[in-house]
Design a protein around this ligand. Structure first.
Ligand code: EPU
Length: 301
């Protein structure tokens, strides 16, 4: 989708940078995605104005964070990609509280807090993506989830057209699921973290890194796990037991390292990846009677 010069000028007045014709394959860890204009929002305090301008101009949009858990359609996309300018470090520590910009890198936030002797998030260290994305999905690994640490979230709600602050106790965090609306845009979060010595946090971080390196295809293009684990089961094990490691549709392939990671083994398209997801889901359904649910977020055109 192309933004007109007139609208680009209005957006510029709101500190939004417009990049025309961006291949979103360059913005996602799967390196899959079609082309559209990208709107980079530099001032969080003008976010509501930006959204109201897009609404009045009837511009469809999708909010793209770190791009590490999303599968985007091929070709010319019918919506613009909204993105918050990356904050560095994007984290401010005050006692046991960390105030973090949603665009901050999750791993960088964990290490920043560790250096201030705040722990509890060691398990999240190798989860790629932004803090906002981690919040939305309630990212978790190695027994840690971000949800229980959340005290406040500042977000833009399409439903009200306003920036609002929600208290952690009013947000429901579940396994890879939250009570946020699909089109809520995370802006900031306040986390409460337990005091822990940097040295101790570091050894926890190292342990998680080793486990991850031993079992996951970290150097391949993926979006992490494709399916959620079914209650009491393991999607990875089920797919592996069906002998599907290495199975491919076009250049989309079930990782030979971890069967719930589907990788872009060359020039995979979204259609390839959707074909692979569908085929594997069907094989698991037939063999186990279980309908696997996507963990990856899919944005078709
Ligand atoms: N397994 C196999 N073959 C495989 C993969 C796994 O037999 O190809 C077996 C393992 O041996 C183990 C069991 O399945 O006995 C579970 O595997 P693993 O420990 O790798 O954990 P997982 O359930 O597959 C979950 C999360 C990961 C997270 C790890 C570590 C989901 C869908 N996945 O994976 O999160 O990193 O635990 O805590 O919940 C993600 O969300 O994208 C993600 C990668």
């Amino acid at each position: 989708m192309r933004v007109s010069g007139q609208l680009a000028a209005k957006l510029k007045d709101l500190s939004v940078e417009v990049q025309h014709g961006v291949s979103l394959a360059t913005r996602t860890s799967l390196e899959i995605g079609g082309t559209t204009d990208e709107l980079i929002v530099h001032r969080y305090d003008r976010f509501a104005e930006v959204m109201s301008l897009l609404a009045s101009e009837r511009i469809p949009w999708r909010f793209l964070g770190g791009g590490t858990n999303v599968l985007i359609g091929d070709g010319e996309l019918s919506w613009v990609a909204l993105h918050l300018a990356t904050a560095k470090p994007g984290t401010r520590v005050e006692g046991n509280f960390a105030h973090v910009d949603a665009s901050a890198d999750l791993g960088a936030m964990v290490t920043f807090c560790a250096k201030h002797d705040l722990g509890g998030m060691e398990g999240l260290i190798g989860v790629p993506g932004s803090v906002g994305g981690a919040l939305r999905m309630n990212a978790g690994a190695y027994g840690t989830q971000i949800g229980p640490h959340v005290r406040e979230v500042e977000l833009y709600r399409v439903a009200t057209g306003k920036v609002e602050t929600l208290l952690g106790c009013d947000i429901h965090f579940d396994y890879r699921h939250t009570s946020f609306a699909a089109n809520d845009v995370m802006l900031n979060v306040k986390l409460e973290l337990p005091s822990k010595l940097y040295k101790e946090i570091l050894s926890g971080i190292r342990m998680c890194n080793e486990k991850r390196r031993a079992s996951q295809p970290l150097n391949q293009k993926s979006a992490g796990c494709i399916f959620k684990n079914p209650l009491g089961g393991s999607a990875g094990r089920m797919i592996d037991e069906l002998g599907l490691k290495g199975f491919r549709v076009g250049d989309a392939m079930v990782s030979d390292r971890h069967a719930n990671f589907f990788v872009n083994a060359g020039r995979a398209t979204c259609a390839d990846m959707m074909g692979l997801i569908g085929a594997v889901r069907e094989r698991v359904r037939v063999a186990h009677g279980v309908e696997l649910e996507n963990e990856v977020i899919v944005w078709q055109n």
